[in-house]
Design a protein around this ligand. Sequence first.
Ligand code: PEP
Ligand code: MN
Length: 445
Amino acid sequence: MTQTVPDLESLRALGAAQQPTWPDPSALDDAVAKLRGVPPLVFAGECDDLKAKLGAVARGEAFLLQGGDCAETFEGVTADNVRNKLRVLLQMAVVLTYAASVPVVKLGRIAGQYAKPRSSDTETRDGETLPAYRGDAVNGFDFTGAARVPDPQRLVEVYHSSAATLNLVRAFVTGGYADLRQVHTWNTDFVRESPVGRRYERLAAEIDRALTFMKAIGADPDEFHRVDFHSSHEALVLEYEHALTRIDSRTQQPYDVSGHFLWIGERTRQLDGAHVELLSKIRNPIGVKLGPTTSPDDALALAAKLNPDNEPGRLTFITRMGAGKIRDHLPDLVEKVTAAGVTVAWVCDPMHGNTFEASSGYKTRRFDDVISEVQGFFDVHGALGTWPGGVHVELTGDDVTECVGGGEALLEDDLHNRYESVCDPRLNRVQSLELAFLVAEMLSA
Ligand code: PEP
Ligand code: MN
């Protein structure tokens, strides 16, 4: 039976957390009307492919690597930026696949990640209070009254920026850049000479030898030459996600064609709220972030509403407890969800429970806390006999200084050198590769 999607007014009537206060409703209507007419960014069949892959994750047969910026920006839509992010994800995926011999599902937090929930509606600097920055989808990052006014035309720009990003990503992953014979060439510039870069180089050399051997015996499958890569973002701004929800002509089912995988954040997962309602109606694979206050009953109610047929791959729970809490809070959740016979992919976001403000005022995270949360995640699942299905990380392909620690031992005093995130701190490329090696060790332990 075809699912019907509620209209925008009924969704709004349910109440939606974390929405901008748009100053001009008619400008918003214009933007929505424009978005209703644009072509899809992704196809329903691609979403189904990803759902099948996530089904393998839920069954314990594959591992999910999901990563990208906390907040993409329009300015960040450049060839270098997109390639660098893709490259670090490809490197991490190779490390995980080769070192742990597990299929890795590659999912970018990319081509749509432009809207942010905020802990406060306003931001105060030097005595001046302005509306908080809610992501490029809503307003500007500059701390001026003019920049911070929500502008619905930005939603149209989200669409075009996502289209440009996705177009480049598709060209990279199918056009030769992601060919496994390129494993060495991904290891460039500042990373190459780092200890983790040298470790990667040794692994790449082993892969090269294996590929040469395979070729010599006449095996050269398609999988060596391209990768499957999908896009994801938080489904936050109702107008945008609703306007891009379309009925697939093949199946007559609704899909949100703004991205392959959409997730609901920790702050918008109210069971009777608009976000849960909208995502319950679309057929994409979806995720929900679960923080340390989530009870097993909350998780079960979300699963019942979002995945009533218990379809494998449909629902991913992305836990983000904090390094100090995961060992206390995760076991009960996983145990009760599993005991209820509910099929989900369990994924660890080791970033959002570990943010703190450095004395210099920068928001940061300790690399060791991130690793410790992932280790806790593996230990909890290990003890329960459930599958630690993947990691969800905020990262960038550049040499930024936003998270402290890691092999380069970045200090709080280093943060100002290259702090470029407009929202949460990201692992830089060296730290991301280090994480991949450490996770690979946990996976193969
Ligand atoms: C995020 O993923 O950037 C985010 C806001 O996370 P959460 O919903 O877990 O707070
Ligand atoms: Mn974030």
